[in-house]
Unconditional design. Sequence first.
Length: 397
Amino acid sequence: MATANILDDIRVLDLTRVMSGPFCTSMLADLGAEIIKIELPDIGDESRHFGPYKEDESAYFMMLNRNKKSVTVNLKSAEGLEILKALIPKCDVIVENFRPGVMERLGLDEQTVQKLNPSIIYARISGFGQNSPLKEWPAFDLVIQAMSGLMSLTGPKGGPPTAVGESLADVCTGMFGAFGIMAALFERQRTGKVSSVDVAMLDSMMAMQLTGLSRQLYSGQTPIPVGNRHPVTYPVDSFPTLDGDIVMVCFSQATFQNLCALMEKPELASDARFSDNDLRNQHEEELRRIITEWTSKLSQEEAISLLQNSRIPAGPVWNLQQLTQSKHVETRGLIQQADHHLFNKIPVVPQPVKFSGASISGVPSVPLLGEDTDQVLCGLLNMNAEKIAELREKKII
């Protein structure tokens, strides 16, 4: 992948594993930061053992850990901790996503780390934050989706609580983590002030739910699942065609009038059942039946073309195969080929923001476990080959 070198000269000590933390640091890596990923010898990040696999290598891990250097260090040993402490002064940022209290037990609390490097940004990602009464609870994506209220909003009307079909809590927390780190780096450059960053999965998921929270906080109505339709505006929903579903967004009176004219039923716009949004919501089932009668006689392509030509936002419901094979993905370069020592090239999906003024260079790569250990210890800590061999023999690295 061509990488925007916006974060050249920024070095990140990455103690994260699984998803939320690695997603955060992968975004920084995409922008040119040097990421030193610390992994346990022989075992590595737990996600190296998550399927699906390409031969014996985790596709999950490869997607999340592009453009990073893998360094194996046994943090359960005193010598391993000393190596980590020696790396801290060489870095601009340290990122961890252990359960609160683990870094303190390792002797790597914020105060200690900032004594070793007063200018380092200390970023912490966890399920509930460093000071929550729930901070000891184990946090996984499904737990956070459940507690955030998102599951109570997702699925068909009257159906059971339903998780979104992706690890959204992990992903959005990683994004907020990268956002916080970038803001802290900017503040450090602008004022010299050094900030720590505390990002919680539950907080992040709550911050994403603007539609539901606007109803809860301003109207006192607790939202319920309504399927694919918008909870407030109708018709904003999915509809069947001859060869697949589409979605349309009639977000205003004008777009609804356009739809009625397109369906050759202009009288519906003034029908007592449908003449404003409140009435359309009350008579949703009748209106949906009328629209479905029209869309079900058209192909997906025909329906979308007619709707868009009538200034009604619409699009196809794609599966991931259709998305990844689309001209949009190809044109925007959303899938890139990364270097891998075992497979030559593997597909990865980098962060999607395009920058017009940034220099572009390089091809992404995904590290094998520990493949950069010697280079980092020699280059940053001036260790010689004999010392590195000794540490490896003692299973410190």
